[in-house]
Design a protein around this ligand. Structure first.
Ligand code: URA
Length: 202
């Protein structure tokens, strides 16, 4: 079903309002104590490609914007390398609040924040979901009942899977998390190569 742009904006705002008041989240108090912002996501509500990361880091929690720190710089570079403009895609995370000291997300946190991501996918209706990192891969593969295909991310990155949604067939592209490339040029080269897959879809 098509959703009008105006309606999409309203639906996203509802998500933002709900997350702002998500007192039942184990990360709510931590956000408040540190005057952090929740990070809902950013980009084109009609994007063909939606990138999904793990959780906001410090820079993201301070600004409310996804991928605006060092991992974000790598992501920008990777996008530029394949001629994709950041404003043409949508970038979000599974968790909308920063976990303490950037620790890995806990299952209970994924359970609380996952439904917001599911709603965002249904609002944006992307043709391609690009997962960034192991947690995002895990979440999306399970969501689309592809867990039988599961392998460690080292064997999954660069693969494309077909999935069915309420709004039609989509592709899932598995990518490493850009943060892995901050100090590892080899992974950066792999990421650059894997990002070329996205070129076929634009
Ligand atoms: N890492 C993520 O997974 N998401 C962000 O928004 C920033 C860093």
């Amino acid at each position: 079903m098509m959703i009008e742009s105006k309606n999409k904006k309203e639906l996203m705002r509802e998500i933002k309002d709900e997350v702002l008041n998500l007192t039942e989240s184990p990360l709510y108090e931590y956000r408040k104590q540190n005057n952090y912002f929740p990070v809902i996501g950013e980009g084109n509500h009609n994007a063909k490609i939606m990138f999904i990361g793990e959780a906001p880091g410090l820079n993201e929690a301070k600004t409310g914007r996804p991928f605006c720190g060092s991992a974000g710089k790598i992501l920008d570079e990777l996008l530029e390398n394949v001629g994709i403009k950041r404003e043409d895609v949508y970038i979000g995370n599974i968790l909308k609040d920063r976990p303490q000291q950037n620790r890995d997300p806990l299952p209970a946190e994924i359970e609380i924040y996952g439904p917001f991501l599911n709603r965002q996918i249904n609002i944006i209706q992307p043709k391609i979901i690009a997962t960034l990192g192991r947690y995002s891969m895990d979440y999306i593969m399970r969501k689309f009942e592809l867990e039988t295909e599961f392998l460690p991310i080292g064997q999954m990155h660069g693969k494309v899977f077909d999935a069915k949604t309420e709004y039609g067939d989509i592709k899932i592209v598995i990518l490493y998390h850009p943060a892995v490339a901050i100090y590892n040029n080899k992974t950066k080269d792999t990421l650059k190569e894997d990002f070329l897959i996205l070129k076929d879809f634009i």
